[in-house]
Design a protein around this ligand. Sequence first.
Ligand SMILES: Cc1cc2nc3c(=O)[nH]c(=O)nc-3n(C[C@H](O)[C@H](O)[C@H](O)COP(=O)(O)O)c2cc1C
Length: 304
Amino acid sequence: MPEVRPDLSVRIGPISMKNPLMVASGTHNLDYGELYPLDILGAYVPKTIRMHTWPGNPPPRTAEVPSGVVTSVGIPSKGWDAFVREDAPRLRALGIPVILSVVGKTEDEYAGMAERAGSLGFLAGVELNLSCPNIKAGGLAFGSDAKTAASLMDKVRKATSLPVIPKLPPDYGRVVEVAKACEDAGADAIAMINAPPAMVIDVDTRQPVLGNRTGGLSGPAIRPMAVYMIYRVYKAVRIPIIGMGGACDARDVIEFMLAGARAVALGTVNFFDPMAVPRALEGLREFTTTNGIDDINSLVGAAH
Ligand SMILES: Cc1cc2nc3c(=O)[nH]c(=O)nc-3n(C[C@H](O)[C@H](O)[C@H](O)COP(=O)(O)O)c2cc1C
């Protein structure tokens, strides 16, 4: 008799995914396709792009710490036109939902990219990286308060019919109200968390290690923080959550789902374990089979 496989499919708003596994923006690239077929993923999120070219932050850009890494890449970008020419055809060929991550310095930049994203005709959604400073608001991140996030969300909502997914900065004090404000302004889902601000100082030089002085902490070190924030946001919103922050394997994915995530992205783990994605997928199949879970959606929020 053929083996009956549990149903791993999930929906993020209108986006149908054959399983909940994604990759976190900026931690993966299409060359991983030489290691395993990328269409095993439920959905793909490429590195955040900007409308214009941008060199990124000065080196050094990474500092390893126990159970994680502090990075300050600064989202270098070759701009929209080069993205359309060079990356879009490869992303389209993946044959799975592709969610484009965008960032801007103004609301108009975000909205402009969201509009163009729709016109490409193959994208499944747009993720708004809200960790970028809003130059009109004195450099405060777009996701750092509810009003700024809602205003941006509203503008982007009007610019595209694609599903819009704001990606929230990990601010303990505000993350719930920012998530709710985004939902009220028409977000289809919430992605969380981005890397929390962090710093490493070299005791010999007495100076910060990173060229940008500060960076963001990612990897297993932040997993309990991410689980906590997802747990809280799940209680407050009805739209689906894409969880991330230190998830490395199937058990981590399940932990995020129990907290309230409907899909889960693997991020930093891709750098130190390039086969993490196929292993996590196999682990999800094993876990659901062994535990008699017919539908993986039954795990979502089950820890509440
Ligand atoms: C090297 C590096 C580059 C990243 N680039 C982006 C990016 O371009 N856009 C974005 O939204 N998040 C970016 N992130 C944040 C990740 O997508 C993710 O939200 C964060 O690292 C937490 O997940 P993780 O601990 O599993 O990596 C980056 C993280 C790292 C480590």
